[in-house]
Design a protein around this ligand. Structure first.
Ligand code: SF4
Length: 199
């Protein structure tokens, strides 16, 4: 399989949208450092109670979409008029969600509809922080964003390191900061630029 042909892990779409550079380190260096935010999120997943009508960790792969991924939870409901419906649920730590989370959920909905051969227009985001879930309607904007990120990830290469996060505050919570060294690199780049100006 040549570079760029690999299926993109839908779970990594969120990482890429958070910061493409972060995705680069996770993907090429396999160096996902465990920090408080990651471990806290994992524990919340592990400790969540199980209820009936839920299918956990449902793996799907799609050559059409260039993606694969494990849907966290699938809610199965029997509705008299239409039969069984399956709805992906993505669980998140914290008490709010962002566009990134919606796009990741959309990726799971797209994988599911490819698998079922029928439209999946709804997913849920469940927030541990509020113990509430939010219905997300999957729009064309979500779908286009998923496809755009999948293509961008497939176009990445080891010799092209993406730039820093758009917002430096993101670096405070980033588990790959020890590899990225944002402050040190910015400082060094500043010094190099100054030397070039003075030369
Ligand atoms: S430390 Fe900041 S710039 Fe570096 S990978 Fe993390 S979020 Fe991106």
């Amino acid at each position: 399989m040549k570079e760029g042909d690999e299926l993109v892990n839908a779970g990594h779409i969120n990482q890429y949208l958070y910061c493409p550079r972060r995705y680069y380190y996770i993907n090429y260096f396999d160096t996902i450092e465990m920090n408080f935010y990651l471990r806290d999120g994992q524990l919340k997943h592990e400790n969540q109670s199980r209820k009936g009508g839920w299918i956990r960790e449902f793996y799907i792969k799609s050559e059409n979409l260039g993606m694969h991924g494990k849907i966290d939870v699938l809610e199965s409901k029997n509705i008299k008029s239409i039969g069984t419906t399956l709805t992906p649920i993505e669980r998140k730590r914290g008490s709010s969600y962002h566009d990134n989370d919606e796009v990741q959920l959309a990726a799971y909905c797209m994988l599911l509809e490819d698998y079922l051969g029928e439209p999946v227009r709804l997913g849920y985001l469940y927030l541990f922080g509020t113990n509430e879930r939010y219905a997300i309607t999957i729009t064309d904007w979500h779908r286009n964003k998923v496809l755009e990120v999948v293509q961008a990830i497939r176009d990445m290469s080891l010799d092209r390191i993406p730039g820093f996060a758009d917002n430096p505050k993101k670096c405070e919570k980033c588990s790959t900061a020890a590899y990225c060294l944002p402050e040190e690199t910015r400082m060094l780049e500043g010094e190099n630029a100054k030397e070039e100006r003075e030369a």
